[in-house]
Write a protein that binds this ligand. Structure first.
Ligand code: SF4
Length: 490
């Protein structure tokens, strides 16, 4: 065996779509190519040992923001114990600003951008000559029809136990400066019929959860409708064995035809990830994000009130020009729209993104280590940023977990951000922890805090108890079967 494709996924349940694309497009080298995935946190020696067990001539590593540090250690060890193994890197984390990266320095070759045709070509040259002269190879972007779809490479085990990532298009036409997709300038669709035929065969093999990684699912409404119809047909034909689909939406583009399609889905069958990022028009202009806030708010309200879709809406703290007060205003506005989850993200400086043009004027200070989280800026000092980081963590534990559905509205009152920030500060002061807080302890702490705020102990206990027996107002109302529920949480 001469070529091994590998990466460290963030979790076992995440099956790498990128590696499967490479494998599908290896052409005549496919027979001598294998795929082996690892999960971050695994022992470096064990990963290296398992890689070498394949006796590879070439190892292709997929490098992402979540695995760059561990992959650097793996490659450093691999090159020590087996210096003859040729290491080829690819992936978004090494596609920009690569010259300054340690992982690039210790590897043999690097492909930036799309690897579908450039990786097999480079492997052919390494194996059969002439030896490539350059270390860095700019990935060639072929016509979409020339890219072989990888879905048949999902194994039965992947289908049974892991999240199946799929994409009907690549790229994004928008230019939000904090986002890697801003560099794409446009979106490129795959041939829809061929794509749907692959979905059909995945479904026939037992796949029930499809997670679309398209950056903007609702860009081309005709395509969106066809994809939705595919899932509606499956739901109609197999109501007792339903499918689940997850899409990323831009919030201000929901024409009536799409709304009509969405409204036909039953409880729990649709999940939307919707990026708001900021409701502040000045910040939006600064980071080149085009968003009609009124339309976005109206659409989120419509989705909450008129559809059964589960909604996960993203906000980012730490953007240039966003103060704590303006972020709080946006957070409260979003909370009032009642999405199922608010994903409170902290700005990260992804390599290659244009956000750094604001560094001087807005005093942006980022962690030099992945995931390059913002530490401070002109408007939010380091200590305050850390308070926001803890807010985000506790928000996941208390609000997004769906475990405190009756207690949460009481905790938040009429000023969600301000009250949760006060709770977050208090919780940190009294636990000194943001991780490894067992649920029982968390429940006890929430109860204690309600009493600090003046609630009678019996009343606080009854309120918390109701979360374990009462209605779950903000979770998917028809729970997925256990296996699916586990994967939905991935
Ligand atoms: S944030 Fe979303 S809309 Fe903006 S560039 Fe990235 S993918 Fe596109």
């Amino acid at each position: 065996m001469s070529i091994l494709l590998t990466t460290l996924n963030a979790r076992y349940t995440h099956a790498s779509l990128g590696l499967r694309y490479l494998l599908a497009n290896m052409g005549e080298l496919q027979e001598q190519t294998r795929l082996q995935e690892f999960v971050i946190g695994a022992k470096t020696t064990e990963i290296v040992e398992r890689i070498l067990a394949y006796s590879p001539t070439i190892v292709g590593f997929g490098i992402y923001i979540w695995n760059v540090e561990e992959s650097t250690k793996v490659i450093a060890m691999l090159k020590r114990v087996a210096p003859h193994v040729v290491v080829v890197l690819g992936g978004p984390e090494v596609s920009y600003e690569s010259n300054e990266q340690e992982i690039v320095k210790i590897s043999d070759y690097l492909i930036t951008g799309w690897g579908d045709v450039t990786f097999p070509k480079l492997c052919g040259e390494i194996l059969n000559g002439p030896k490539p002269l350059m270390k860095t190879h700019a990935g060639v972007q072929p016509p979409m029809a020339e890219i072989k779809l990888p879905y048949s490479l999902y194994t039965d085990d992947d289908i049974k136990n892991r999240t199946l990532y799929v994409e009907a298009s690549r790229g994004c036409p928008f230019k939000c400066e904090f986002c890697l997709s801003a560099l794409d300038k446009t979106a490129w669709p795959f041939a829809l019929d061929a794509f749907l035929a692959e979905m059909e065969s995945l479904h026939a093999r037992g796949a029930r959860l499809f997670k679309f990684v398209d950056r903007t699912f609702n860009l081309n409404i005709k395509t969106s409708l066809k994809i939705m119809q595919f899932f509606l047909d499956k739901l109609e034909a197999n109501p007792d064995d339903p499918v689940y689909a997850h899409f990323e939406l831009v919030p201000d583009h929901l024409p009536d035809a799409l709304k009509e399609g969405i409204s036909k889905f039953p409880h729990g069958a649709l999940q939307f990830e919707i990026g708001i990022q900021s409701f502040n028009p000045a910040v939006q202009t600064l980071v080149s994000r085009k968003q009609d806030n009124q339309k976005a708010a109206d659409n989120i309200r419509w989705l909450t009130e008129q559809s059964h879709a589960h909604m996960h809406v993203d906000l980012i703290a730490g953007l240039p020009g966003e103060t704590v007060e303006s972020f709080a205003e946006g957070f409260n506005k979003l909370w009032a729209l009642n999405p199922h989850e608010i994903q409170f993200g902290i700005l990260k400086r992804l390599r290659g993104t244009p956000i750094i043009r604001h560094t001087q004027e807005y005093g942006l200070v980022f962690d030099p280590y992945a995931p390059y989280t913002i530490l401070a800026n002109r408007d939010i000092d380091f200590a305050t940023m850390q308070r926001l980081v803890r807010f985000a963590r506790y928000w996941d534990l208390v609000a997004n977990s769906g475990r405190f559905t009756n207690t949460l509205p009481v905790l938040l009152g009429d000023a969600a951000f301000e009250h949760f920030m006060a709770f977050s500060d208090w919780l940190y002061a009294n636990t000194d922890a943001t991780h490894r807080i067992a649920l029982e302890r968390l429940v006890a702490m929430v109860g204690k805090y309600l009493q600090v705020r003046g609630m009678d102990k019996l009343e606080a206990d009854a309120l918390l108890a109701s979360d374990y027996s009462g209605p779950k107002a903000k979770v998917v109302e028809t729970p997925a079967p256990k296996r699916q529920a586990r994967r939905l949480a991935a």
